[in-house]
Design a protein around this ligand. Structure first.
Ligand SMILES: NC(=O)c1ccc[n+]([C@@H]2O[C@H](COP(=O)([O-])OP(=O)(O)OC[C@H]3O[C@@H](n4cnc5c(N)ncnc54)[C@H](OP(=O)(O)O)[C@@H]3O)[C@@H](O)[C@H]2O)c1
Length: 269
């Protein structure tokens, strides 16, 4: 798997699997947790080693269970989780520590590869205070890299200026119709690796047709074209599928490349 080096020296696989509806009743985000590891097991079988979960998804324990059940060594996996940007988890250092420790425990792991602040809030000094607690976990080797999610330029700039360990990643929504090129460009310019959430969501039929037409030149699908586009511009992708066939398709991105003309068309979608 191709990787990008993060600022603490660890490697992030450029493609991971989203998980936000895995292990839940009716494959629904709000569904009750049922502990079902079917999709995670299929993803591991297909070759995924990078998983994106969060305290808010309530399924960290399902991800941890699937990794244990795989029989593979923990060191083969790259696990991302996230602390919610709400006062219950961020109000003081003890709340932040409790969140990190609950993630470590639920994931049945000793270390977490990447831990993100899930959403910013309007008090930038408070965000920096939460960040300072997360930095201590990097110091102790319990978290390997720390980053943010859904941060816009103002919030990311503040943290870049007010942190000892700079954010390694900014995970933001990005797909045709909502590329979020401004914050992705800002992140890249400041050596913060952008990650695209929802990379296959909310794409119009017209955009899918144009992506499929480009894919036809490479014997690839619309989903493969859009994921490849993101990777080629330095954006990590975390597509999610409940279908083993789609999971495999979404990993088969490394035997073709897009022309400059194709990339211009995709950029305009
Ligand atoms: N940081 C944040 O605030 C935030 C917010 C949202 C999401 N996320 C993360 O980002 C991950 C991905 O986003 P997402 O789950 O919203 O959606 P997504 O990956 O953009 O899209 C999922 C949808 O695409 C379909 N799909 C997947 N592969 C396909 C293929 N090859 N061909 C056709 N359809 C395909 C899936 O259907 P099938 O199941 O039928 O394949 C599903 O309906 C989440 O799981 C979560 O980990 C983060």
């Amino acid at each position: 798997m191709r990787t990008i080096e993060l600022n603490t020296g660890i490697q992030i696989p450029v493609i991971g699997s989203g998980t936000n509806t895995f292990g839940k009743e009716n494959k629904a985000y709000q569904g009750a947790i049922n502990g079902d590891t079917t999709e995670l097991a299929a993803a591991i079988k297909a070759g995924y080693r990078h998983f994106d979960t969060a305290i808010s998804y309530r399924n960290e324990a399902v991800v941890g269970k699937a990794i244990k059940e795989s029989g593979l060594d923990r060191s083969e996996f790259f696990i991302t989780s996230k602390i919610p940007g709400t006062s219950e988890y961020t109000k003081d250092a003890a709340a932040v520590k409790s969140a990190v420790e609950s993630s470590v425990s639920a994931l049945q792991t000793e270390t977490i590869d990447l831990y993100l602040i899930h959403h910013p809030w309007d008090n930038l000094e408070e965000i920096a205070a939460v960040w300072a607690v997360l930095e201590t976990y990097v110091d102790h080797g319990i978290i390997k890299a720390i980053g943010v999610s859904n941060f816009q330029e103002k919030e990311l700039a503040y943290l870049l200026d007010n942190s000892r360990i700079k954010p390694a990643v900014n995970q933001v929504e990005s797909h045709p119709g909502k590329w979020n090129d401004g914050i992705i460009g800002y992140s890249l310019a400041h050596h913060v690796v952008p990650e695209a959430w929802g990379p296959l969501s909310r794409i119009s039929d017209n955009a899918k047709e144009q992506l499929a037409a480009i894919g036809a030149h490479h014997q690839k699908s619309w989903s493969q074209v859009v994921l490849r586009y993101q990777i080629e511009r330095g954006v990590v992708v975390i597509p999610k599928s409940h279908a083993a066939e789609h999971q495999a398709v979404n990993l088969a991105l490394f035997d073709f490349s897009l022309t400059e003309e194709e990339k211009d068309i995709i950029k305009g979608l």
